[in-house]
Design a binder for this molecule. Structure first.
Ligand SMILES: Cc1cc2nc3c(=O)[nH]c(=O)nc-3n(C[C@H](O)[C@H](O)[C@H](O)COP(=O)(O)O)c2cc1C
Length: 187
């Protein structure tokens, strides 16, 4: 029987969503059965991680914070993750993680510290990584005026954030390596 994988993600502006859809496609090509769940759109039904051989959990970062939905999902499933039986992959889309030199610090701050805060063990069954993100200040952006304003302000100090432009700093080789590693461990 095909193994089932849950991809549960929450994205504010679409970057984590695109990464999650890519994961779904890659896993389906390898014969896995996928439930892709947008945690921001989900109804009240409970997701049981123990129904799956593997679970991927993704969130975008805004003002140094996870989405509340992804963080809550992680918190609600601490026991299942710590039980060490299910393969878990946790990933972020974060503007700051785009720079490979800064990435270890970002992983410490946005992943390891959050795992500690929630009482999550980082057993052999847990993979995690932080991917770069998208800064969209183009005229077609889906950012609200307040998010745009904030990004423009940060952009005054950061050359990677460019007024009136969309810059995509996701490294798809890094993203593909993560999912390939997850698939290898899933067996
Ligand atoms: C208002 C605003 C604040 C942001 N703050 C941060 C931040 O504190 N740290 C960071 O790494 N990236 C930050 N970003 C960049 C996001 O992480 C990036 O846009 C990412 O692609 C968002 O993922 P999502 O589209 O799935 O929500 C910010 C972006 C916006 C628009």
């Amino acid at each position: 029987m095909s193994k089932r994988v849950l991809i549960a993600y929450a994205s504010r502006f679409g970057s984590t969503e695109e990464i999650s859809i890519k994961f779904k496609q890659t896993l389906e090509e390898k014969g896995f059965v996928i439930d892709l769940v947008n945690l921001k759109a989900r109804k009240k039904e409970k997701l049981d991680m123990t129904d799956y051989s593997g679970v991927l959990i993704g969130s975008g970062i805004r003002i140094a914070r996870w989405t509340k939905e992804a963080k809550k999902f992680l918190k609600n499933n601490t026991k299942a993750i710590n039980d060490n039986k299910i393969l878990v992959g946790i990933y972020l889309s974060s503007g700051e993680a785009a720079d490979p030199y800064k990435r270890p610090t970002i992983i410490e701050k946005y992943l390891i510290d959050v795992f500690k805060e929630l009482g999550l063990n980082l057993g052999e069954n847990v993979l995690y990584d932080a991917f770069g993100g998208v800064f969209d200040l183009s005229k077609n952006t889906n950012l609200s005026w307040i998010n745009k304003k904030m990004l423009n302000m940060v952009g005054d100090e950061d050359p990677n954030i460019v007024r009136n432009e969309r810059r995509d700093y996701r490294d798809w080789d890094q993203i593909n390596r993560f999912i390939d590693n997850f698939i290898r461990k899933l067996g």
